[in-house]
Ligand binder design. Structure first.
Ligand SMILES: NC(=O)c1ccc[n+]([C@@H]2O[C@H](COP(=O)([O-])OP(=O)(O)OC[C@H]3O[C@@H](n4cnc5c(N)ncnc54)[C@H](OP(=O)(O)O)[C@@H]3O)[C@@H](O)[C@H]2O)c1
Length: 284
């Protein structure tokens, strides 16, 4: 089994630097994939209410039979733009959504609860964060954080709250390396977690420069990309429903990218996102 490095968060908790994501995985398939992942050695799982697979994820966790305290489970609040998240009522709604996620997962606590999108046009993420503070205080969310936030939203939280998000989960891969946001995070003690770390398995994995580095190390391009994340100090949560890939993506110890490799990976940056720009994102 591979040894996965971990990162210490700003509240002292530790998170494995490599986890397993389950976006776009049907509930039943999530059960099988999560179980396979945990049996392969993953200890961190990333789901979300909107993925509609928290129940399957929970069954996969239970089926793997690993002690709860050895696992790191993340889920996310779907702060839908259709609902009113303002005031005391909004905070109650957050607590109810959290209860629902816990029940589906079949867990007594999660290690990390995230606000899924800032939806700045609604002006409600600060109120939601107050409910997150309560969840952190009562320990049912061991850590709280955000996803897809930009500096403006992170500054707004810092102005009103003493609880700094432990991490910000953002789109990040060699094509879209997020240098500025990572620098902001480093300055403010916020860890960076990469979503779509493999570029959703698309063009990134056939980049000639990456193929060359993979051949040099006798590894796959996916392994090179994950190695780049780890050596960049980023937490990565690759998704796969393919057992051989689930194992492949975990097998990233035992080789190291040198300076020239890191530079060659960095040179593939295009600045193009795969997902929406969070500053304007408001799907329901
Ligand atoms: N917070 C957010 O807003 C947000 C947004 C997007 C994603 N996420 C999280 O981040 C996780 C990962 O992102 P993602 O699912 O978008 O994309 P990803 O992990 O970058 O890529 C997943 C895709 O790559 C393929 N793949 C995986 N390993 C491979 C390998 N070794 N070789 C070739 N292809 C491989 C998978 O195919 P198969 O499954 O068919 O093997 C799948 O199509 C999600 O599952 C979710 O947990 C969060």
């Amino acid at each position: 089994m591979t040894t996965i490095p971990s990162i210490t968060l700003n509240n002292g908790a530790r998170i494995p630097q490599l986890g397993f994501g389950v976006w776009q995985v049907e509930d039943d398939a999530a059960e099988a994939a999560v179980r396979t992942a945990i049996e392969a050695g993953y200890r961190s799982i990333d789901t979300a209410a909107i993925y509609e697979n928290e129940a399957g994820t929970g069954r996969g966790i239970a089926g793997a039979g690993v002690p709860r305290e050895e696992l790191y489970i993340t889920t996310k609040l779907w702060n839908s733009g259709k609902r009113d998240w303002s005031g005391a009522q909004g905070q109650d709604a957050v607590l109810r959504e959290f209860d629902s996620s816990l029940a589906k997962l079949g867990l007594e606590y999660v290690d990390l609860y995230l606000i899924h999108w800032p939806r700045p046009m609604h002006g409600s993420f600060e109120n939601i964060w107050q409910a997150f503070e309560k969840l952190a205080a009562d320990g049912r969310a061991r850590s709280v954080g955000v996803s897809n936030f930009g500096p403006a939203q992170l500054d707004a939280l810092a102005e009103r709250s003493g609880v700094v998000p432990v991490l910000n989960q953002i789109e990040l891969h060699p094509h879209f390396p997020q240098h500025e946001l990572r620098a902001y995070h480093a300055e403010h003690g916020i860890a960076t977690e990469a979503w779509s770390p493999l570029g959703q398995g698309k063009a990134l994995l056939t980049e000639p420069a990456l193929v060359q580095i993979a051949e040099k190390h006798g590894r796959t391009v996916a392994q090179v990309v994950l190695r780049w994340h780890l050596q960049s100090g980023v937490i990565a949560i690759p998704k796969s429903v393919t057992p051989s890939r689930i194992r492949e993506n975990l097998d990233v110890a035992g080789f190291e990218l040198d300076e020239a490799d890191m530079a060659a990976v960095a040179a593939t940056a295009t600045g193009e996102r795969l997902g929406p720009d969070p500053q304007g994102f408001d799907w329901n």
